[in-house]
Design a binder for this molecule. Structure first.
Ligand code: CMC
Length: 431
């Protein structure tokens, strides 16, 4: 028999349906509560609100579990690569050999940025924040490919495969071009080579000297992107769903997701971690002084890369990245003093009651920056790399919203706490 929950308000009881997910997650369905009682649910920041049902990613923050379409992140990190995981996240199944080949071909065919679009770059100051450039240029895809961005779910879904491949592939090319533009270097066109190698080629090739990525370097980038591929209803993904729910096209919705990702509490945290580690290093601290300051409760001195809105246990991605970080640096023969500081901070925090009692553990951003630095990626590009990695998750979520026959526009309610009604006061009568 279907379960129900009962809510008693004054002398009236309201029966609310209970929903169960495939992993046993339970929810009380309050959709009819306001119509029946006049009450809404108050949940600032949506921390305890299920805004949708979704088949993409399962996350259990208490037990440090992350699975895409049922596959544990640890297995994907070990056996898969970014493009295959992107396919899985978007289409729901691991690709067959042919599907994987066709998807790769579609990505390669749609990697280039046409000349007219290239001119958009010139409108930006050469020190513009890369994420501001990225969200604007991705938004412009809707203007350059209007046939794929009609703002009709039905029509946009008909062209979904092409739009999705374009978004993944061009976002990566745009990222590399932003780097070249900011450094006054000519753009490098994509080649017919694998996804990560192509990105590194477009970033680092010199005139008459093609950059050919070492296998360890391409593998490390693959791992980084794969680990970011999706992460349930985080701030940027929920933003993509919210914008998409108005029937806005894929490119426009992705651009909004990129903007949401740029904040330091979300995707910008990897940059903040590196700045923090560099500052600690420059001040000659081994992390001890910083740890003390981080416990003040002051948001500006938080230990960046620690804590997570949903993990109250280790972030499984941080475990994988932390281990990979040692290996990548060893393989590349790099000794980074910031790695030693990060290890000190981690060990000190994991022994400290402040962090233990608040269940604050390293998150994905704590070590990812050290790997990116080893690959030669500058700090101001870190969040762009995160965006390239997260694109499959955003795309899959947009598609879910667009495909739901009974979906409705996202429109939360609020509790108003401003002044009650009052009469307009003419200017000459205002104190
Ligand atoms: N350093 C020191 N104290 C912290 C930290 C931290 N990094 N994070 C949380 N706290 C404290 C916070 O001050 C509060 O203390 P008290 O209970 O005494 O008031 C307690 O821990 C709970 O914090 P909260 O703000 O309720 O936690 P939250 O779940 O709202 O915030 C967070 C999660 C990720 C925004 C926060 O932990 C944070 O600011 N971390 C640093 C930024 C960071 O690394 N962000 C990347 C997140 S992972 C990438 C992604 O998926 O976006």
């Amino acid at each position: 028999m279907a379960k129900t929950a009962s809510l008693q308000i004054d002398d009236k009881a309201y029966n609310l349906p209970v929903i169960q997910g495939t992993e046993g997650e339970m929810a009380v369905d309050t959709r009819r509560l306001r119509a029946e009682s006049g009450y809404i649910c108050f949940d600032q920041g949506y921390g305890n609100t299920g805004s949708c049902d979704s088949q993409i990613t399962y996350l259990d923050g208490d037990n440090g579990i992350l699975r895409h379409r049922g596959y544990p992140i640890e297995q994907l990190a070990e056996h898969s690569d970014f493009v295959e995981t992107a396919y899985l996240v978007i289409y729901g199944e691991l690709p067959t050999e042919k599907q994987r080949r066709d998807f790769g071909t579609l990505l390669r065919k749609n990697a280039a940025i046409e000349t007219q679009m290239q001119r958009i770059f010139e409108g930006f100051p050469d020190d513009a924040p890369p994420m501001a450039m990225l969200s604007s240029i991705v938004a412009s895809l809707a203007a350059h490919y209007p046939e794929l961005a009609t703002n009709s779910f039905e029509k946009d879904l008909q062209n979904f495969d092409l739009a999705a491949a374009m978004a993944i592939s061009k976002l990566r090319t745009i990222g590399a071009m932003i780097y070249r533009y900011q450094n006054g270097m000519p753009y490098v066109h994509p080649k017919d080579i694998p996804f990560c190698e192509n990105f590194l080629h477009m970033m680092f090739s010199e005139p008459y000297k093609d950059y050919v990525a070492e296998p360890e370097v391409a593998k490390a980038l693959n791992l980084l992107l794969l680990l970011h591929a999706d992460h349930e209803q985080n701030c940027s993904t929920s933003t993509v769903r919210m914008v998409g729910s108005s029937a806005a096209n894929l490119f426009t919705s992705l651009s909004a997701g990129i903007s949401a990702l740029s904040g330091p509490l979300h995707g910008g945290a990897n940059t903040a971690v590196m700045n923090m580690l560099q500052m600690i290093h420059d001040e000659g601290d081994d992390g001890t002084r910083f740890i003390e300051a981080a416990k003040s409760g002051n948001k500006s001195t938080r230990l960046m890369g620690f804590g997570h809105a949903v993990y109250r246990n280790f972030d499984p991605r941080a475990k994988i990245i932390g281990e990979a970080c040692e290996k990548v640096l060893a393989k590349l023969g790099i000794e980074d003093p910031l790695l030693a500081i990060a290890r000190n901070l981690e060990q000190a925090a994991l022994k400290d009651d402040y962090f233990l009692s608040r269940k604050l553990y390293p998150n994905v951003d704590f070590y990812s920056g050290i790997i990116m630095r080893a690959l030669g990626i500058p700090v101001n590009m870190f969040t762009v790399i995160f965006a390239i990695g997260r694109a499959p998750g955003w795309i899959a979520n947009w598609r879910e919203v667009a495909s739901q026959p009974k979906g409705r526009i996202y429109r939360p309610r609020q509790i108003y706490t401003g002044p009650v009604t009052r009469d307009y006061v003419p200017m000459d009568k205002r104190g």
